[in-house]
Design a protein around this ligand. Structure first.
Ligand SMILES: *[C@@H]1O[C@H](CO)[C@@H](O)[C@H](O)[C@H]1NC(C)=O
Ligand SMILES: *[C@@H]1O[C@H](CO)[C@@H](O)[C@H](O)[C@H]1NC(C)=O
Ligand SMILES: *[C@@H]1O[C@H](CO)[C@@H](O)[C@H](O)[C@H]1NC(C)=O
Length: 221
């Protein structure tokens, strides 16, 4: 016992004195993963059916910007869903393996009641295995729990790792695991990011994204 405590103390002392043990630099999300190539046809926009994509989306200096108003129309072929301006990753729909989404997101102050990232595909009645939303300045897993508070107006790095066979979803914010969720079945999955109105929405909803990358382990074989 005494030895255990001495070793534990030594590790803590080493971390604070000699080594930079900050978890934000300890995680290498690429280890064991293969990055899949994305090009312009991997990014498919969804937006209100009565508008042009450029009315609710821009891509400037590497930053995807999405915005909607609470009374916007739904996307084409989804008349019962709320309004959205999102990108669906196309070409890598998956049903097995481990898949990872990485992106840097920013939600401007005031945007609330909105999904900013989704892992699509689930057993009914749900359509998704994960939604990352913003309510009142917090980033949340669906409505709760809060993943990280005080998220407005700052860039955060989001990594989502979905292990289909283990039925687990790990959510990392700024390289720190903040939540592990259960999978929810489904036969085909893909990632989306942008804005999609949820309950208690603000009138205006916006998110920005850059550095979007997708990785897999065992997903392409
Ligand atoms: C994007 O990559 C896919 C798969 O490699 C390829 O089939 C497609 O032609 C590419 N599209 C563009 C616009 O480069
Ligand atoms: C979409 O853009 C085209 C070309 O600029 C324009 O003619 C059309 O009126 C626009 N549609 C809407 C709904 O704004
Ligand atoms: C957001 O804040 C408002 C005002 O404090 C509150 O009424 C509402 O319940 C909150 N929404 C959520 C989803 O926490």
């Amino acid at each position: 016992m005494a030895t255990y405590f001495r070793i534990a103390f030594l590790v803590i002392a080493l971390c604070s004195t000699f080594i930079h043990c900050s978890s934000s630099e300890a995680v290498d999300f690429t280890i064991g993963f293969t990055e899949v190539p994305l090009n312009s046809s991997s990014f498919h926009n969804h937006y209100p059916f009565n508008l042009n994509v450029s009315d609710r989306y821009s891509f400037i200096d590497g930053i995807h910007r999405f915005w909607i108003y609470a009374d916007d129309k739904p996307m084409i072929n989804k008349p019962k869903a709320g309004p959205r301006s999102e990108i669906r990753i196309q070409g890598y729909d998956y049903s097995h393996g481990v898949w990872q989404f990485e992106g840097h997101g920013l939600v401007p102050s005031g945007s609330s009641g909105v999904s900013v990232m989704q892992l699509f595909g689930s057993d009914p009645p749900r359509a998704t295995t994960l939604m990352v939303r913003t309510y009142n300045g917090s980033l949340t897993y669906y409505r709760r729990p809060v993943l990280v508070p005080n998220i407005w107006d700052r860039w955060f790095k989001l990594n989502v790792i979905h292990d289909v066979e283990a039925s687990k979803v790990k959510i990392y914010i700024d390289a720190v695991m903040v939540y592990e969720a259960q999978g929810n079945g489904g036969t085909s999955h893909y990632f989306k990011f942008g804005v999609y109105k949820q309950n208690d929405p603000s009138y205006y909803m916006e998110s920005r994204w850059k550095g979007i990358r997708v990785f897999t382990k065992y997903g392409l074989i």
